[in-house]
Design a protein around this ligand. Structure first.
Ligand SMILES: C[S@@+](CC[C@H](N)C(=O)[O-])C[C@H]1O[C@@H](n2cnc3c(N)ncnc32)[C@H](O)[C@@H]1O
Length: 215
């Protein structure tokens, strides 16, 4: 897809999600940066999501589902959250990252770590958490929505593909729309939002019973 078409599609999809979830009146996330800047920001998606999370939720017990190298969980931990990576494939915590507020490279001490559960995510795991986060969480999006409904958790999803999920969208419907509809049917209040990077930057969230939303 040409770049401007890509952008237009993102705008249209976001508008459809707002309509579907009845949230057209809400601010849909951060003001989008210039396209040139957006391209560079994807590699900082964990820092962007961390910034968004700490400005929307009070510190809580959060599961970083399919958290990979654990940078998001680490940043949340540094912000006073109780963060755990749930990912069956263990990877060493990243050893450095860029602080997007200061522009500085930050090195992590070799002794730094985040709690890690080395198993595939299952619904019952949600009993130990207030918030379930899935950034490109392969095959876990539907289960996260169901778990959040069953255990009263909030959820934040950045879905990428439908691989490994129990259903696929009907023709003409985007995966995000299917997930939003599914979450609404499960009784969630669903809010779409966007982060400042290019490509798959639309997320869906619900605050749940047990999370406190920042004013
Ligand atoms: C595309 S990576 C995403 C990693 C990271 N969140 C990111 O955005 O870069 C997908 C991750 O999903 C994990 N994964 C696959 N199946 C899973 C499951 N059932 N439960 C939890 N994690 C799973 C994989 O091990 C992998 O780390």
């Amino acid at each position: 897809m040409a770049k401007h078409k890509d952008r237009e599609f993102g705008q249209e999809l976001f508008a459809r999600l707002e309509q579907l979830t009845g949230t057209t009146h809400l601010n849909g996330g951060e003001a989008l940066a210039e396209p040139q800047e957006l391209r560079k920001m994807k590699k900082f998606r964990f820092q962007l999501l961390h910034r968004w999370l700490v400005s929307h939720f009070a510190p809580c017990r959060v599961a970083d589902i399919a958290g990979g190298k654990g940078l998001l969980a680490y940043l949340l931990q540094e912000s006073g959250w109780q963060a755990t990576v749930i990912d069956p494939h263990y990877q060493e915590l990243t050893d450095k990252y860029k602080d997007i507020a200061t522009g500085q490279r930050v090195k992590l001490a070799a002794t730094t770590g985040v709690p890690h559960t080395g198993k595939p995510f299952t619904k019952e795991m949600a009993a130990d958490f207030d918030l379930l986060v899935g950034m490109h969480a392969h095959g876990c999006n539907v289960e996260i929505i169901e778990a959040a409904a069953e255990y009263g958790c909030g959820f934040v999803l950045f879905p990428c593909c439908v691989i490994g999920e129990p259903f696929v969208p009907p023709p003409g419907e985007h995966w995000l729309e299917s997930l939003a509809v599914y979450a609404l049917r499960q009784g969630h209040t669903v809010i779409p939002f966007r982060l400042n990077f290019k490509g798959q930057n639309i997320g869906l969230y619900g605050v749940g019973r047990d999370t406190q939303k920042r004013a």
